[in-house]
Design a protein around this ligand. Structure first.
Ligand code: UTP
Length: 287
């Protein structure tokens, strides 16, 4: 049973400056809902009730968002604005959320290593705080189902165009089913012509607790940061790692163009906006 998740959300978000100068990129809203709320909801929908958010400097808004705001709640009650009240109350009750501060921004692997004490000796989920995945079955649940079958780490991957593999961590492996690989190779940001595949990490992982020792034993890698991929390579020497091609669509909020696309797609999914937004977009295209 996977009951705990770590959500790394301490990064600087330099690709989204200046918006992220004084606010966390994980709080960038998709219409009216901050990105990290979608991420927490995915964890909760996957049966996880204990979440550790790795936060850092300038990330207070995340803590405030998941806290109760009784003043706001009573104002909404007085105004009899039931929808807004329920939405606000729901956030405060989503899960048991804990926080830990990453003292120096030494990379994703370093951020996850801060989960060691909280997670203890059990497998856990990792969900990147700046990545939303829209799917029928929550992707974390898809990974948990496989973990329960194989009892080994399972990472989410998605196919990306070959010419942009250099932006991602990529796996190579033995194909077991249409959507499952046994990983034999992992490379962080490979050269396009040397990449083992076009299956890129999709921001969701189930990791066995051995990852913490592997992180401790792994030296800093690219950009002098502790890379999760390097630690997984080390862990892969002792145990199998599986990769699951996700059934769902990934949205990387940390990159401006993807953020814009996400906003449009999510707008079109909302009943109250769909028709007008589509008309607006058609007019733009026409002119
Ligand atoms: P990214 O590499 O996309 O985040 O990490 P970043 O470093 O903020 O991005 P840029 O390149 O400067 O724009 C993916 C997730 O891991 C977290 C980030 O907050 C993000 O949610 N992260 C990254 C940490 O928690 N700590 C780190 O040291 C690095």
């Amino acid at each position: 049973m996977i009951k705990k998740a770590v959500i790394p959300a301490a990064g600087l978000g330099t690709r989204f400056l200046p918006a992220t100068k004084a606010q966390p990129k994980e709080m960038l809203p998709i219409i009216d809902t901050p990105t990290i709320q979608f991420v927490v909801q995915e964890a909760v929908d996957s049966g996880i009730d204990d979440i550790l958010i790795v936060s850092g400097k300038g990330k207070r808004a995340i803590e405030d968002h998941f806290d109760r705001n009784q003043e706001l709640e009573s104002i909404l009650q007085e105004k009899q604005d039931e929808d807004a009240y329920n939405a606000v109350r729901h956030i405060g009750d989503m899960a048991n959320i804990h926080y830990i501060r990453q003292k120096e921004l030494n990379g994703l692997g370093d951020a996850i290593s801060y989960g060691r004490q909280h997670v203890g000796n059990e497998a856990f989920a990792v969900l990147l705080g700046d990545t939303i995945i829209d799917s029928i079955i929550p992707v974390t649940q898809q990974l948990i189902d496989l973990y329960e079958q194989y009892n080994q780490s399972v990472v989410a991957v998605e196919e990306v165009p070959q010419e942009i593999v250099f932006r991602y961590g990529v796996i190579g492996g033995k194909k077991l089913t249409d959507t499952l690989w046994q990983v034999t190779e992992m490379v962080e940001k490979p050269d396009v012509d040397k990449s083992p595949s076009n299956l890129a990490f999709a921001g969701r992982y189930i990791l066995t607790p051995e990852i913490f020792q592997a992180l401790e034993d792994t030296p800093p890698g690219k950009n002098n940061e502790l890379q999760l991929t390097d630690a997984m390579i080390r862990m892969g020497e002792f145990q199998s790692i599986y990769a699951h091609r996700i059934e769902g669509k990934r949205y990387d909020i940390g990159n401006k163009l993807d953020y814009l696309k996400t906003m449009v797609e999510f707008g079109l999914k909302r009943k109250e906006f769909a028709d007008e937004l589509m008309g607006f977009l058609k007019n733009i295209v026409k002119s």
